[in-house]
Ligand binder design. Structure first.
Ligand SMILES: [Zn+2]
Length: 261
């Protein structure tokens, strides 16, 4: 039994969604969280959670999708997350210095506002953090994110599609956060990320595909999909030199506990 803790079903074409979910079931993925990046997407994801009892969703505004009216939007996130039973997390939220579509101060303000909603409702946060494009810029987003989390004394979160270094991973784990890993851990040039996985205890990690955006080694050209979570479990088992059953059992239990699903 596998769980894809982070996919974007609403970003697949409507006509493909059913087949994507069926292939996930065949690949032993028994629970899915389809993550929203905007308020509109929350509205698209809720019907999927009504249709399938094994699908849950989130409410949150992605740092590349920030609108102007902070207060109004945060109120809506709160309202959704408070009233919808199948919204199990606030996300995805965070900092994105790669696309850099909003001032860093505005990104921080939205991030903190949504961390507060997570605290208020006691629903965990799904955190996105992506560094800049140019060499040397890569660390700044992680430095800023860690500083915000420390200042807000925030622990009930997962840093999704973790792409930082060993020091940042250790710091986040020490602070009490979880890390989740996508198919990028299977890419040939990602040796440092495999070292992060070696260092990260199984009971502090979860699996996700971030599909359709991320595939796995050998399939980079095409879209990813939730069924690939099995390949990610296999990659972690190989890196840690433990049976795949152990990776599946522990990461599934982590996700069930963390999201209450
Ligand atoms: Zn995502």
């Amino acid at each position: 039994m596998l769980i894809d803790t982070h996919c974007h079903l609403s970003h697949f074409k409507k006509a493909e969604q059913k087949a994507v979910v069926e292939r996930a079931k065949k690949a032993n993925v028994t629970k899915l969280i389809t993550v929203a990046c905007t308020l509109d997407e929350v509205g698209e994801c809720i019907p999927l959670t009504d249709e399938y009892d094994f699908i849950w969703t989130t409410a949150g505004i992605h740092p590349t999708q920030l609108p102007v009216n902070i207060e109004h939007e945060l109120e809506k996130v709160l309202e959704y997350a408070k009233n919808e039973e199948k919204i199990v997390a606030i996300g995805e939220i965070g900092l994105d210095y790669y696309h850099d579509t909003a001032e860093h101060e505005l990104q921080a303000e939205f991030f903190i506002g949504q961390l507060n909603i997570s605290k208020q409702l006691n629903k965990p946060a799904i955190i996105h953090c992506r560094g800049g494009k140019n060499p040397g810029e890569n660390e700044q987003a992680f430095i800023d994110m860690i500083q915000i989390l420390e200042r807000e004394d925030f622990k009930n979160g997962v840093v999704h599609c973790f792409s930082g270094n060993r020091v940042e991973a250790e710091r986040l784990l020490d602070m009490g956060l979880m890390l989740s890993f996508t198919g990028i851990i299977t890419y040939k040039n990602n040796e440092e990320l495999r070292e992060v996985i070696s260092d990260t205890p199984l009971d502090r990690m979860m699996l996700e595909t971030d599909s359709p955006y991320i595939a796995i080694e050998g399939k980079q050209g095409g879209p990813g999909e939730p069924a690939f979570v099995a390949d990610i479990a296999k990659a972690i088992a190989d890196i840690k030199n433990v049976p795949i059953e152990e990776v599946v059992r522990i990461t599934t239990a982590n996700a069930e506990r963390f999201f209450g699903i």
